[in-house]
Ligand binder design. Structure first.
Ligand code: ZN
Length: 510
């Protein structure tokens, strides 16, 4: 009896020292299920001839590799431009694109070349979990999203076993939302208790749709704004506040002097003359074979894109490209089913950032990469930098989900109660204010846009100051400078005055 008692006492002591978190059967009692972070495109390197002398990183672009390819064709590019020889220029560009990206292409079955691999894919290890720790799920962005879904299914099982929890939280960034869409479509939401989608192209992105339909154009206004919106996010070691402010000013001067219009006209002419060849000989054979990139094509572009990119009428690649359409079509219903079953849901997307200046749909408001209407599953949005038009606003009966700057009406999106919008937030940029929202979402009992007083549905990001605050009215450069008195914000404020006073413009640019 004594022996039994001492064994019991020992067992209790071991149990206690092993951590109070583990209950019977290896279950964790900490009350916080583990987070799995489903990363964005480019979350892992893609490598040619891994482990050999010829090893070369093909994705997560290796600048030296790109520059060395460029240096080989630079003389021909220069000659081609100077002598207006589009054949020579075309040859050089196609050679450059193929040398840099050609080995990324998949075969007719949608499989990678055998010597092109992702050698660093994560496998979950360790049992550490909590609000400040996550398991990183990465994947080869080129492949069929359903292949990632299968791996994610295994990954979730491994994380549950390691941590002693029977559910996980999925935090998806950008293309991570594509993996989520395929996952929910194939496996449902069993064993998931929180879903966060951060800047995810759940219904695609216009830039992919238009690029795959051959609708490329350079727009001067879009190019300038794109530059302006990107300046605050230059690489940290380069992005001294003073340099940012000066570049911002320089862009405005270049625009005023007509330099940007000239560049665009030149670019447009070249795109027209070279476009067809570059598509046929480089872009279609490479990027047209990647089901991962096809998952970004919104439904309204898909049929045209299939024709334009000359997708084979059958075979494995065809099937993979078409299969993802189900995941995209069903995402609303799949998320709704999850929400109805008590899964806490948070979609968050940026707006009012100028998108890639290469497509005809440059006015579509976005986070610079993903259109707000697609990331939010259907919000009604004004053009970038503009409010919704007067007719829409006057006829709007329910204003509960109208942004205070009149730019976004969230009442039309799939989850108006669970979708946050952040003005001036560049695609997936780190911001402590937004991280705080995620922490609240993961710990609160109930999650909707009215749950957190300081973090309502419409927020404004000040990435320089690393915080967000509620949107109270139209963008105002003075208010922004008062909130965050950096040199960059001062320059923005000064230019906002100049832009509204034509005499000052005349003074500057004549
Ligand atoms: Zn735990």
């Amino acid at each position: 009896m004594k022996r039994i008692l001492s064994v019991v006492i020992c067992a209790v002591m071991i149990f206690c020292t092993a951590g109070i978190a583990f209950a019977a059967d290896g279950e964790c009692g900490c009350g916080f299920s583990p987070i799995i972070y489903v990363g964005p495109l480019g979350c892992t390197p893609i490598v040619r001839d891994s482990g050999t002398q010829n090893e070369q990183r093909l994705w997560r672009t290796d600048t030296r590799f790109i520059l060395s390819n460029l240096s080989k064709v630079l003389p021909d590019i220069t000659k081609g431009i100077l002598s207006r020889n589009t054949d020579l220029l075309g040859d050089a560009l196609i050679e450059f694109v193929n040398a840099s990206f050609g080995d990324l292409a998949l075969d007719n079955e949608g499989r990678s070349r055998e010597n092109v691999t992702t050698p660093e894919l994560n496998v979950p290890t360790g049992s550490r979990h909590g609000p400040d720790s996550d398991y990183y799920f990465d994947y080869d962005f080129r492949l069929d999203p359903y292949e990632h879904a299968e791996r994610l299914h295994e990954f979730i099982g491994q994380v549950k076993a390691l941590t002693g929890h029977n559910s996980v939280k999925l935090k998806c960034s950008s293309m991570g939302g594509v993996v989520l869409s395929a996952y929910l479509d194939k496996y449902g939401h069993d064993g998931i208790d929180v879903i966060i989608c951060r800047c995810c192209p759940l219904l695609g992105t216009a830039v992919a749709g238009e690029a795959f339909c051959g609708k490329i154009e350079l727009n001067p206004k879009a190019l300038t704004r794109y530059g302006e919106d990107s300046i605050p996010f230059l690489e940290a070691d380069f992005a001294d506040d003073f340099i940012e402010g000066s570049l911002y000013a320089l862009l405005d001067v270049l625009k005023g002097a007509g330099v940007i219009d000239m560049l665009c006209a030149l670019g447009d002419r070249m795109i027209e003359e070279l476009g067809e060849r570059v598509y046929r000989e480089a872009l279609i054979p490479i990027f047209g074979t990647l089901p991962g990139i096809w998952s970004f094509v919104p439904e309204e572009y898909f049929a045209d894109a299939v024709r334009f990119m000359k997708i084979p009428a059958e075979g494995g690649l065809h099937d993979k490209i078409f299969a993802y359409r189900n995941a995209m079509t069903n995402i609303r219903n799949n998320l709704k089913a999850a929400k109805d079953d008590g899964v806490k849901l948070c979609l968050i997307c940026g707006y009012n950032v100028q998108r890639t200046p290469l497509v005809s749909l440059w006015k579509s408001t976005s986070d610079g990469t993903v259109d707000t209407k697609y990331a939010s599953l259907g919000a009604t949005c004004g053009n970038v930098k503009e409010p919704l038009d007067d007719a829409y606003l006057t006829s709007l009966k329910n204003r509960a989900h109208l942004s205070p700057d009149n730019m976004i009406d969230a009442s039309t999106c799939a989850f108006p109660e669970n979708t946050w919008f952040v003005r001036d937030w560049l695609h997936c940029n780190g911001n402590s204010g937004i991280d705080e929202l995620f922490n609240l979402v993961m710990t609160a009992d109930e999650v909707n846009v009215r749950s957190f007083e300081k973090l309502p549905q419409f927020l404004e990001a000040d990435d320089d100051a690393d915080r967000v605050y509620p949107v109270t009215g139209s963008p105002d450069a003075l208010a922004r400078f008062r909130n965050s008195p950096t040199f960059l914000n001062l320059v923005r404020f000064l230019f906002s005055i100049l832009k509204t006073r034509s005499f000052a413009g005349l003074l500057l640019f004549k």
